[in-house]
Design a protein around this ligand. Structure first.
Ligand code: ADP
Ligand code: AMP
Length: 232
């Protein structure tokens, strides 16, 4: 899975979708089945904020409000992480690109690594479900595994399935004010990427309102379809 015969470089898969659509959840499923790195710009930025790095200090306010961080700052943080991965590593991008400018920046950055965007999966969910998903989201403070109060609880109450930690966190921006700002930013800045990648023949849209397992199956079959089309 997730290999094209056009190049020895690792594939670059973009998960596109509004906040709370399930990008992080699906990325974590995909990395269990494929030799890929999961790169979430939201996670990278939250780490920078918690460490109070210069980038984190700049990003903090915009993130709390639900606004986008500047294209340049996000690119800087992503390029650094990509350089750590090494030149042939395949990646799943979650939360990047989020603007047309970032899409161009990404093409340029990948070209320096002899890589290119391989596929884009767009996860479609309506606003009501987004709010339900985001309102119940929490994650392990130790290993960052994501959960949901109703849809994806821990197997044992209060204990992380993956690392056994008892510490969980909820995101500061998972509140109703920031959610509406984030949805507006998605509709204005990010949604145009759907037609951008569709025009390049790289996009597959998925109905992400189904349960986690069914969305995962749909993503895997979409990837197989696109891989076949690319390698024919
Ligand atoms: P994103 O990375 O797109 O912001 P997440 O992957 O963090 O979204 O998912 C948001 C919340 O919704 C999480 O609490 C997750 O457990 C839950 N979730 C993800 N996918 C589904 C799904 N298909 N059905 C129900 N809940 C889901
Ligand atoms: P996420 O974890 O993807 O929901 O992102 C959380 C927040 O981080 C967003 O609301 C933005 O403030 C910021 N962010 C993450 N990725 C980007 C990006 N590609 N461009 C701009 N801001 C971003």
């Amino acid at each position: 899975m997730l290999k094209t015969n056009k190049s020895s470089q690792g594939p670059v898969l973009i998960l596109l979708g509004p906040p709370g659509a399930g990008k992080g959840t699906q990325a974590r499923y995909l990395v269990m089945h494929a030799n890929l790195y999961h790169l979430s710009t939201g996670d990278l930025l939250r780490h920078a904020v918690s460490k109070k790095t210069p980038a984190g200090i700049i990003a903090k306010k915009a993130m709390e409000n639900g606004d986008l961080v500047s294209d340049e700052l996000v690119l800087e943080i992503l390029s650094f992480r990509l350089s750590e991965i090494g030149e042939s590593g395949g990646v799943i991008l979650d939360g990047f690109p989020r603007t047309l400018t970032q899409a161009t920046m990404l093409d340029n950055l990948l070209a320096t690594r002899s890589q290119a965007v391989s596929f884009v999966i767009s996860l479609n969910v309506d606003d009501d479900q987004i709010i339900t998903r985001i309102s119940g989201r929490f994650s392990c403070a130790n290993c960052n595994t994501g959960y949901h109060d109703i849809f994806q609880p821990t197997e044992v109450n209060g204990v992380c399935d993956k690392c056994g930690s008892n510490n969980f966190v909820r995101r500061a921006d998972d509140n109703i004010d920031a959610i509406s700002t984030r949805l507006a930013a998605y509709n204005l800045e990010t949604a145009p990427l759907i037609s951008h990648y569709n025009a390049r023949g790289l996009l597959k849209s998925i109905d992400a309102s189904k349960n986690i397992e069914n969305v995962s199956k749909e993503i895997q079959s979409a990837i197989s379809e696109i891989t076949e089309a690319i390698t024919q």
